[in-house]
Design a protein around this ligand. Structure first.
Ligand code: SF4
Length: 82
């Protein structure tokens, strides 16, 4: 992969990953963003649960956040609070 093909905002993260300067979780995040054409918002929507990296992916993290949110049930409906 050519560095110039990477959007500028992700180049430093990519270079740090290649240099082994990111944690495993951060490197997986970098890979997932790359997997979705350098679109972080799309990577957070990945549903490929058969991917070995999925449990540590931004998508799995986003899912856990949604499941732990008291304001949102699993159907995606926002519950009103008193
Ligand atoms: S978890 Fe999804 S986004 Fe991440 S590498 Fe696997 S398929 Fe790609």
């Amino acid at each position: 992969m050519k560095t110039e093909d990477i959007p500028k905002r992700y180049r430093k993260m990519y270079e740090r990953a290649i240099a082994g300067k990111l944690s495993a979780k951060q490197a997986i995040k970098c890979h997932c963003i790359h997997c979705f054409g350098w679109k972080a918002s799309e990577a957070r929507k990945c549903e490929n649960t058969s991917c070995p990296l999925y449990p540590l992916s931004p998508a799995a993290e986003a899912l856990r956040e949604r499941q732990n949110s008291p304001e949102e049930d699993l159907s995606g409906n926002v519950q009103e609070q008193d």
